[in-house]
Design a protein around this ligand. Structure first.
Ligand code: GTP
Length: 342
Protein backbone atom coordinates (compact mmCIF):
# COMPACT_ATOMS: atom_id res chain seq x y z
CA UNK A 1 0.00 0.00 0.00
CA UNK A 2 1.21 3.51 -0.80
CA UNK A 3 1.20 6.74 1.20
CA UNK A 4 1.58 10.08 -0.53
CA UNK A 5 3.05 12.71 1.76
CA UNK A 6 2.39 16.29 0.68
CA UNK A 7 5.69 17.99 1.30
CA UNK A 8 5.96 20.62 -1.40
CA UNK A 9 4.59 23.77 0.22
CA UNK A 10 6.66 26.92 0.75
CA UNK A 11 5.69 27.15 4.42
CA UNK A 12 5.44 30.94 4.21
CA UNK A 13 3.98 31.27 7.71
CA UNK A 14 7.15 29.75 9.11
CA UNK A 15 9.46 32.23 7.37
CA UNK A 16 12.29 33.11 7.75
CA UNK A 17 13.04 29.51 8.83
CA UNK A 18 11.62 28.27 5.53
CA UNK A 19 13.67 30.70 3.44
CA UNK A 20 16.53 28.28 3.85
CA UNK A 21 14.90 24.90 4.46
CA UNK A 22 11.97 22.74 3.50
CA UNK A 23 9.26 22.83 6.15
CA UNK A 24 9.14 19.00 6.54
CA UNK A 25 12.77 19.10 7.66
CA UNK A 26 12.25 21.57 10.51
CA UNK A 27 13.49 19.87 13.66
CA UNK A 28 11.21 18.82 16.48
CA UNK A 29 13.24 17.48 19.41
CA UNK A 30 16.15 17.34 16.95
CA UNK A 31 14.39 15.09 14.44
CA UNK A 32 12.91 16.35 11.15
CA UNK A 33 9.18 16.85 11.48
CA UNK A 34 8.42 14.48 8.58
CA UNK A 35 10.05 11.52 10.33
CA UNK A 36 7.34 11.53 13.04
CA UNK A 37 4.79 10.94 10.32
CA UNK A 38 6.80 8.20 8.62
CA UNK A 39 7.41 6.43 11.94
CA UNK A 40 3.67 6.38 12.60
CA UNK A 41 2.76 4.58 9.35
CA UNK A 42 1.39 1.05 9.69
CA UNK A 43 3.51 -1.83 8.32
CA UNK A 44 1.11 -2.38 5.45
CA UNK A 45 2.37 0.89 3.91
CA UNK A 46 5.55 -0.20 2.21
CA UNK A 47 6.00 2.68 -0.21
CA UNK A 48 6.06 6.39 0.60
CA UNK A 49 5.75 8.88 -2.24
CA UNK A 50 7.00 12.31 -1.24
CA UNK A 51 5.20 14.96 -3.28
CA UNK A 52 7.80 17.69 -3.36
CA UNK A 53 8.62 20.91 -5.10
CA UNK A 54 10.18 23.69 -2.99
CA UNK A 55 13.66 22.68 -1.68
CA UNK A 56 13.32 19.21 -3.18
CA UNK A 57 17.11 18.68 -3.06
CA UNK A 58 17.23 18.99 0.73
CA UNK A 59 14.46 16.45 1.18
CA UNK A 60 16.03 14.03 -1.30
CA UNK A 61 19.40 14.36 0.41
CA UNK A 62 17.94 13.65 3.84
CA UNK A 63 16.32 10.41 2.69
CA UNK A 64 19.43 9.32 0.77
CA UNK A 65 21.49 9.68 3.94
CA UNK A 66 18.93 8.27 6.38
CA UNK A 67 17.24 4.90 6.06
CA UNK A 68 13.67 5.14 7.37
CA UNK A 69 12.88 1.48 6.78
CA UNK A 70 10.59 1.88 3.76
CA UNK A 71 10.83 2.53 0.08
CA UNK A 72 10.89 6.28 -0.45
CA UNK A 73 10.10 7.80 -3.83
CA UNK A 74 10.73 11.49 -4.35
CA UNK A 75 8.16 12.77 -6.83
CA UNK A 76 8.94 16.31 -7.94
CA UNK A 77 6.22 18.43 -9.49
CA UNK A 78 7.34 20.63 -12.37
CA UNK A 79 5.58 23.50 -10.56
CA UNK A 80 3.49 23.59 -7.35
CA UNK A 81 0.23 21.85 -8.19
CA UNK A 82 -1.59 22.25 -4.87
CA UNK A 83 -2.76 19.37 -2.71
CA UNK A 84 -4.98 17.77 -5.37
CA UNK A 85 -2.60 18.35 -8.27
CA UNK A 86 0.27 16.82 -6.31
CA UNK A 87 -1.79 13.69 -5.60
CA UNK A 88 -2.72 13.38 -9.30
CA UNK A 89 0.93 13.78 -10.22
CA UNK A 90 1.76 10.77 -8.03
CA UNK A 91 -0.88 8.61 -9.77
CA UNK A 92 1.67 6.38 -11.50
CA UNK A 93 2.77 5.03 -8.10
CA UNK A 94 -0.71 4.09 -6.87
CA UNK A 95 -1.76 0.43 -7.02
CA UNK A 96 -4.92 0.35 -4.85
CA UNK A 97 -6.44 2.02 -1.79
CA UNK A 98 -3.94 4.67 -0.68
CA UNK A 99 -3.41 7.34 1.93
CA UNK A 100 -2.52 11.01 1.63
CA UNK A 101 -0.92 12.88 4.49
CA UNK A 102 0.03 16.50 5.09
CA UNK A 103 3.66 16.55 6.12
CA UNK A 104 3.14 19.20 8.76
CA UNK A 105 0.69 17.51 11.09
CA UNK A 106 1.81 15.95 14.35
CA UNK A 107 -0.97 13.88 15.87
CA UNK A 108 -1.96 10.74 17.72
CA UNK A 109 -3.90 9.42 14.68
CA UNK A 110 -3.89 5.63 14.50
CA UNK A 111 -3.70 5.27 10.73
CA UNK A 112 -4.02 1.49 10.84
CA UNK A 113 -7.40 1.81 12.54
CA UNK A 114 -8.48 4.56 10.15
CA UNK A 115 -7.70 2.33 7.14
CA UNK A 116 -9.62 -0.53 8.82
CA UNK A 117 -12.61 1.78 9.31
CA UNK A 118 -12.42 2.92 5.67
CA UNK A 119 -12.61 -0.70 4.50
CA UNK A 120 -15.37 -1.72 6.92
CA UNK A 121 -17.74 1.01 5.79
CA UNK A 122 -16.80 0.68 2.11
CA UNK A 123 -15.85 4.33 1.86
CA UNK A 124 -14.65 6.08 -1.26
CA UNK A 125 -12.82 8.57 0.93
CA UNK A 126 -12.23 8.78 4.67
CA UNK A 127 -10.72 11.90 6.19
CA UNK A 128 -9.34 12.35 9.69
CA UNK A 129 -11.20 14.84 11.90
CA UNK A 130 -10.19 16.88 14.92
CA UNK A 131 -12.51 18.79 17.31
CA UNK A 132 -11.86 22.51 17.82
CA UNK A 133 -13.30 25.15 20.16
CA UNK A 134 -13.20 28.05 17.73
CA UNK A 135 -15.36 26.75 14.86
CA UNK A 136 -15.72 30.17 13.28
CA UNK A 137 -12.05 30.14 12.23
CA UNK A 138 -12.29 26.84 10.31
CA UNK A 139 -14.23 24.79 7.80
CA UNK A 140 -16.25 22.26 9.79
CA UNK A 141 -18.01 19.12 8.62
CA UNK A 142 -21.63 18.19 8.72
CA UNK A 143 -21.59 14.55 9.73
CA UNK A 144 -24.22 11.82 10.21
CA UNK A 145 -24.35 9.35 13.08
CA UNK A 146 -22.80 6.66 10.89
CA UNK A 147 -19.82 9.05 10.30
CA UNK A 148 -20.80 9.93 6.74
CA UNK A 149 -19.88 13.51 5.88
CA UNK A 150 -22.58 15.40 3.99
CA UNK A 151 -20.92 18.83 3.60
CA UNK A 152 -18.22 21.26 4.65
CA UNK A 153 -19.34 24.55 6.16
CA UNK A 154 -16.82 27.39 6.02
CA UNK A 155 -16.29 29.46 9.16
CA UNK A 156 -19.78 29.07 10.66
CA UNK A 157 -21.06 31.13 13.56
CA UNK A 158 -20.77 28.93 16.68
CA UNK A 159 -24.56 28.68 17.05
CA UNK A 160 -24.93 27.61 13.42
CA UNK A 161 -22.05 25.10 13.27
CA UNK A 162 -23.22 21.56 12.44
CA UNK A 163 -20.27 20.11 14.40
CA UNK A 164 -16.93 21.17 15.87
CA UNK A 165 -14.94 18.78 13.66
CA UNK A 166 -12.38 19.98 11.10
CA UNK A 167 -10.38 18.27 8.37
CA UNK A 168 -7.23 17.03 10.12
CA UNK A 169 -5.06 16.43 7.05
CA UNK A 170 -4.93 12.63 6.63
CA UNK A 171 -6.99 10.87 3.96
CA UNK A 172 -7.62 7.28 2.92
CA UNK A 173 -8.79 7.17 -0.69
CA UNK A 174 -9.91 4.75 -3.39
CA UNK A 175 -7.94 5.05 -6.66
CA UNK A 176 -10.97 6.22 -8.67
CA UNK A 177 -10.79 9.51 -6.74
CA UNK A 178 -7.84 10.29 -9.01
CA UNK A 179 -10.25 10.48 -11.97
CA UNK A 180 -11.77 13.56 -10.36
CA UNK A 181 -8.51 15.52 -10.51
CA UNK A 182 -7.36 17.33 -13.67
CA UNK A 183 -3.80 16.74 -14.81
CA UNK A 184 -1.19 19.48 -14.75
CA UNK A 185 -3.04 22.29 -13.03
CA UNK A 186 -3.25 23.66 -9.49
CA UNK A 187 -6.05 21.77 -7.74
CA UNK A 188 -7.11 21.97 -4.11
CA UNK A 189 -8.22 18.61 -2.81
CA UNK A 190 -10.24 20.18 -0.06
CA UNK A 191 -11.98 22.93 -1.99
CA UNK A 192 -12.55 21.28 -5.37
CA UNK A 193 -12.43 17.51 -5.06
CA UNK A 194 -13.95 16.68 -1.68
CA UNK A 195 -17.27 18.54 -2.22
CA UNK A 196 -17.76 16.74 -5.56
CA UNK A 197 -16.98 13.35 -4.01
CA UNK A 198 -19.50 13.96 -1.23
CA UNK A 199 -22.16 14.91 -3.77
CA UNK A 200 -21.49 12.09 -6.26
CA UNK A 201 -20.67 9.10 -4.06
CA UNK A 202 -22.42 9.56 -0.70
CA UNK A 203 -19.58 7.41 0.63
CA UNK A 204 -17.36 10.11 2.10
CA UNK A 205 -16.58 9.38 5.76
CA UNK A 206 -14.90 11.02 8.75
CA UNK A 207 -12.67 9.38 11.34
CA UNK A 208 -12.08 11.20 14.62
CA UNK A 209 -8.66 11.68 16.21
CA UNK A 210 -8.57 11.84 19.99
CA UNK A 211 -5.71 12.80 22.31
CA UNK A 212 -3.61 15.32 20.34
CA UNK A 213 -3.28 17.04 16.98
CA UNK A 214 -1.13 20.01 16.00
CA UNK A 215 -0.96 21.64 12.59
CA UNK A 216 2.62 22.90 12.56
CA UNK A 217 1.82 25.75 10.21
CA UNK A 218 2.76 28.72 12.35
CA UNK A 219 5.49 29.59 14.80
CA UNK A 220 3.15 29.34 17.79
CA UNK A 221 2.14 25.81 16.82
CA UNK A 222 5.77 24.87 16.08
CA UNK A 223 6.72 25.93 19.62
CA UNK A 224 3.61 24.25 21.00
CA UNK A 225 4.38 20.88 19.40
CA UNK A 226 7.92 21.02 20.70
CA UNK A 227 6.62 21.48 24.25
CA UNK A 228 3.96 18.83 23.77
CA UNK A 229 6.48 16.19 22.69
CA UNK A 230 8.90 17.16 25.46
CA UNK A 231 6.10 16.59 27.98
CA UNK A 232 5.07 13.39 26.20
CA UNK A 233 8.62 12.07 26.56
CA UNK A 234 8.93 13.26 30.15
CA UNK A 235 11.80 15.63 29.25
CA UNK A 236 12.38 19.19 30.35
CA UNK A 237 14.73 19.77 27.43
CA UNK A 238 16.81 18.01 24.79
CA UNK A 239 20.32 18.94 23.69
CA UNK A 240 22.12 17.62 20.60
CA UNK A 241 25.63 16.23 20.32
CA UNK A 242 28.74 18.36 20.91
CA UNK A 243 26.72 21.09 22.66
CA UNK A 244 28.00 22.81 25.76
CA UNK A 245 25.50 24.29 28.18
CA UNK A 246 26.60 26.53 31.02
CA UNK A 247 23.43 28.63 31.33
CA UNK A 248 19.86 27.60 32.25
CA UNK A 249 17.67 25.62 29.86
CA UNK A 250 13.96 25.05 30.38
CA UNK A 251 11.26 23.49 28.14
CA UNK A 252 13.44 23.84 25.07
CA UNK A 253 15.14 21.83 22.40
CA UNK A 254 18.69 22.67 21.36
CA UNK A 255 20.48 21.22 18.33
CA UNK A 256 24.03 19.99 17.86
CA UNK A 257 27.10 22.08 18.54
CA UNK A 258 25.21 24.75 20.47
CA UNK A 259 27.01 26.81 23.09
CA UNK A 260 25.02 28.49 25.85
CA UNK A 261 27.28 30.54 28.08
CA UNK A 262 26.93 31.13 31.81
CA UNK A 263 24.19 33.35 33.27
CA UNK A 264 22.17 33.04 30.10
CA UNK A 265 18.66 31.57 29.85
CA UNK A 266 16.95 29.62 27.07
CA UNK A 267 13.30 28.94 27.86
CA UNK A 268 10.32 27.57 25.87
CA UNK A 269 12.37 27.83 22.67
CA UNK A 270 13.83 25.87 19.78
CA UNK A 271 17.48 26.47 18.97
CA UNK A 272 18.93 24.93 15.78
CA UNK A 273 22.46 23.60 15.23
CA UNK A 274 25.67 25.66 15.56
CA UNK A 275 24.19 28.52 17.62
CA UNK A 276 26.04 30.60 20.26
CA UNK A 277 24.12 32.19 23.10
CA UNK A 278 26.58 34.45 24.91
CA UNK A 279 26.77 35.47 28.57
CA UNK A 280 23.70 37.04 30.20
CA UNK A 281 21.60 36.61 27.06
CA UNK A 282 17.94 35.55 27.22
CA UNK A 283 16.07 33.55 24.59
CA UNK A 284 12.41 33.18 25.47
CA UNK A 285 9.54 31.67 23.50
CA UNK A 286 11.54 31.94 20.27
CA UNK A 287 13.02 29.93 17.45
CA UNK A 288 16.68 30.57 16.63
CA UNK A 289 17.90 29.35 13.22
CA UNK A 290 21.12 27.55 12.39
CA UNK A 291 24.42 29.36 12.83
CA UNK A 292 23.03 32.35 14.74
CA UNK A 293 24.87 34.29 17.42
CA UNK A 294 22.93 35.89 20.28
CA UNK A 295 25.49 38.24 21.74
CA UNK A 296 26.16 39.16 25.36
CA UNK A 297 23.20 40.54 27.29
CA UNK A 298 20.80 40.40 24.32
CA UNK A 299 17.12 39.62 24.90
CA UNK A 300 15.21 37.66 22.25
CA UNK A 301 11.55 37.26 23.18
CA UNK A 302 8.70 35.88 20.99
CA UNK A 303 10.94 35.98 17.92
CA UNK A 304 11.92 33.91 14.94
CA UNK A 305 15.54 34.42 13.99
CA UNK A 306 16.51 33.19 10.50
CA UNK A 307 19.69 31.21 9.83
CA UNK A 308 23.08 32.90 10.29
CA UNK A 309 21.72 36.08 11.88
CA UNK A 310 23.48 37.98 14.65
CA UNK A 311 21.61 39.69 17.49
CA UNK A 312 23.92 42.38 18.77
CA UNK A 313 25.16 42.91 22.33
CA UNK A 314 22.46 44.09 24.74
CA UNK A 315 19.92 44.35 21.90
CA UNK A 316 16.27 43.83 22.84
CA UNK A 317 14.36 42.06 20.09
CA UNK A 318 10.72 41.26 20.80
CA UNK A 319 7.70 39.98 18.86
CA UNK A 320 9.42 40.02 15.49
CA UNK A 321 11.13 38.08 12.72
CA UNK A 322 14.84 38.64 12.25
CA UNK A 323 16.04 38.36 8.64
CA UNK A 324 18.51 40.83 7.17
CA UNK A 325 19.33 39.11 3.87
CA UNK A 326 17.44 39.28 0.56
CA UNK A 327 14.44 36.98 0.06
CA UNK A 328 15.48 33.75 -1.70
CA UNK A 329 14.72 33.83 -5.42
CA UNK A 330 11.26 32.51 -6.30
CA UNK A 331 10.02 32.52 -2.71
CA UNK A 332 6.48 33.95 -2.60
CA UNK A 333 5.90 37.24 -0.81
CA UNK A 334 2.71 35.92 0.74
CA UNK A 335 0.96 32.63 1.41
CA UNK A 336 0.18 30.82 -1.83
CA UNK A 337 -2.68 28.68 -0.69
CA UNK A 338 -3.56 26.37 2.07
CA UNK A 339 -5.02 23.03 2.57
CA UNK A 340 -6.76 23.27 5.85
CA UNK A 341 -8.66 26.44 6.39
CA UNK A 342 -7.02 28.36 9.18
P1 GTP B 1 2.03 28.17 4.17
O1 GTP B 1 2.69 28.88 3.02
O2 GTP B 1 2.53 28.69 5.47
O3 GTP B 1 0.53 28.12 4.08
O4 GTP B 1 2.52 26.62 4.17
P2 GTP B 1 2.39 25.50 3.05
O5 GTP B 1 2.90 26.02 1.76
O6 GTP B 1 3.09 24.28 3.58
O7 GTP B 1 0.85 25.25 2.93
P3 GTP B 1 -0.08 24.38 3.86
O8 GTP B 1 0.38 24.42 5.28
O9 GTP B 1 -1.47 24.77 3.62
O10 GTP B 1 0.19 22.93 3.25
C1 GTP B 1 -0.20 21.77 3.91
C2 GTP B 1 0.59 20.61 3.37
O11 GTP B 1 0.47 20.49 1.96
C3 GTP B 1 2.05 20.78 3.67
O12 GTP B 1 2.52 19.50 4.03
C4 GTP B 1 2.64 21.27 2.36
O13 GTP B 1 3.98 20.85 2.19
C5 GTP B 1 1.75 20.61 1.33
N1 GTP B 1 1.57 21.40 0.10
C6 GTP B 1 0.95 22.62 -0.03
N2 GTP B 1 0.95 23.01 -1.31
C7 GTP B 1 1.58 22.02 -2.01
C8 GTP B 1 1.89 21.85 -3.41
O14 GTP B 1 1.61 22.68 -4.27
N3 GTP B 1 2.54 20.69 -3.75
C9 GTP B 1 2.88 19.74 -2.83
N4 GTP B 1 3.54 18.64 -3.25
N5 GTP B 1 2.60 19.89 -1.51
C10 GTP B 1 1.96 21.00 -1.11
Amino acid sequence: MEAIILAGGFGTRLAPLTYTRAKPLLPILNKPMITYLIDSLPKEIDKVVLAVNYRKDQIEKYFKENDVGREIVVNEEPKPLGTGGAVKFAEKHITGTFVVLNSDIISSLNLKEMIGFHRRVNAVATISLWPVDNVSEFGVVEIKEDSRITSFIEKPKPEEAPSNLINAGAYCLEPFVLDYIDTGRLVSMEQEIFPRLIEDTKAFYGYRISEYWVDVGRIESYLKVNRLLLDHNGREYVVGERSEIKGRIKYSSLGCNVFVDEHSIVESSIVFDNVRVEKNAVVLNSVVGEGCVIKKGARVVNCVVGDDEVVEENAVVENTKVWTKPLPEGYPKRQVGNVIKK
